[in-house]
Design a protein around this ligand. Structure first.
Ligand SMILES: [Fe+2]
Ligand SMILES: [Fe+2]
Length: 404
């Protein structure tokens, strides 16, 4: 995933060039924050409840535990001001739980009474009637209050971490996507010509709107820098649907039908209506960044091995020149990927324009919808068209997968 590496390098270099008032160390489940040359520090641990010792001791079922994390007792240096780190420590702990897809946060009421009172007040923890050993809260509500309790300097530091959380969320999604039906069908070289044509039809259904959506973002942007981003994006997307049409013509697919009468698959429609809603109803050019971030993030991160598999698959259909029917996907690896590709530019804009926790929560919400819609749309080209794939190939492919 080369494009992700470019993005992470960009963010690392940016962090190095700016002096931070706090040193923050996030190593999986332990968050440590220090300042004043380590004179003042604090740390806190966050843990998934599922399969933890705590799940057993509470007698929670898998279903009850699945979207829960437990926040452990924070510890501080003896400096009396160190307690001021608590809201920021809690923020970063809850952020980690959010990356793990947790929806609820738990704290043990058996802890020291003062800590129970302080954390309950900070995170608005509430008793759980049937579980007197804990207090709990919905994560988004608790993290909102942790953020609100931070001072402006702390919030400015937190702002620089929004884009990292977005990138981590994307990474776990795209890793799963590369194992789902569509990418598995390419990897195991079992994708049928009909499934591929359906994929191009459904990609065309939203790619044909990209310039028009970008143009609408230009129209609604009050901020020059973001407006210029969309102008640049628009220019880089002109006639990209024509590349899909050319791939389809080379496959002798019915492009006239595509242009005049094709109605996209409902699963693809999820991504299309999301874009229409953000641009026309919400009219929010910052939230709209989530859609190119997902779509270009996929093409930017596909590998040369993917192209090899795709070309070998296309050859197996009797197509002599696979390059002539896969120009859309292969060209987008370059235009969307690389250190100056469309995708990195989207990341720079997200980093700059997502400024508050509330805006960040809204962005994560749209991002979740975009990821889910995009994956549904892509995988439906395989799952709903299994008729067109020989069971022999599928069985072989499942066996091959097991060996990987
Ligand atoms: Fe494009
Ligand atoms: Fe693009």
């Amino acid at each position: 995933m080369e494009a992700i590496n470019h993005a992470e390098n960009y963010l690392r270099n940016k962090a190095k060039s700016t002096e931070q008032p706090y040193q923050i160390d996030i190593s999986n489940d332990v968050i440590s924050i220090s300042c004043d040359n380590q004179k003042m520090f604090g740390h806190i641990r966050i843990e998934k409840i599922l399969h933890s010792a705590f799940q057993k001791s509470l007698g929670l079922s898998e279903k009850q535990s699945r979207h829960c994390a437990i926040i452990h007792t924070p510890a501080f240096s003896s400096d009396s001001d160190a307690q001021k780190l608590l809201p920021m420590l809690c923020y970063f702990a809850l952020r980690q739980a959010r990356i793990w897809h947790c929806e609820n946060i738990i704290f043990s009421t058996k802890d020291n009474l003062n800590t129970v009172r302080t954390l309950s007040a900070l995170l608005r923890l509430e008793p759980v009637v049937h579980l007197p050993q804990i207090s709990a809260q919905r994560l988004n509500y608790a993290i909102h209050h942790a953020y609100e309790a931070c001072d402006q300097t702390q919030r400015d530091v937190i702002q620089t971490y929004f884009v990292h959380e977005i990138l981590d969320t994307f990474k776990s999604w795209v890793t799963q996507l590369f194992h789902d039906s569509w990418f598995s069908a390419v990897k195991t070289r079992s994708l049928s010509k009909e499934q591929y044509i359906s994929t191009l039809f459904n990609l065309h259904a939203f790619v044909k709107y990209t310039t028009r959506l970008a143009a609408r973002c230009v129209a609604i942007c009050e901020t020059r820098d973001l407006r210029n981003h969309y102008i640049h994006h628009l220019k880089g997307e002109i006639n990209h649907e024509v590349i899909i049409e050319s791939d389809l013509k080379a496959l002798r697919a019915d492009v006239d039908y595509l242009l005049q009468s094709y109605v996209p698959h409902t699963a693809t429609g999820e991504f299309i209506v999301l874009q229409e809603s953000i641009v026309s109803f919400k009219q929010d050019a910052v939230l709209m960044l989530a859609c190119p971030f997902v779509a270009e993030g996929m093409t930017a991160n596909i590998t040369n091995a993917f192209v090899e598999d795709l070309h070998a698959t296309i050859k197996s259909w009797g197509v002599k020149s696979p390059e002539s029917v896969s120009r859309f996907l292969t060209s987008h690896m370059k235009t969307d990927g690389g250190d100056d590709g469309h995708w990195t530019r989207v990341i720079m804009m997200m980093d700059k324009y997502i400024k508050t926790e509330n805006q960040h929560q809204q962005f994560l919400h749209i991002l979740g919808l975009a990821m889910s819609g995009y994956a549904h749309g892509l995988n439906a080209n395989i799952d709903d068209l299994e008729l067109w794939r020989s069971q022999q190939t599928v069985v072989t492919s499942v066996k091959d997968e097991a060996l990987v």
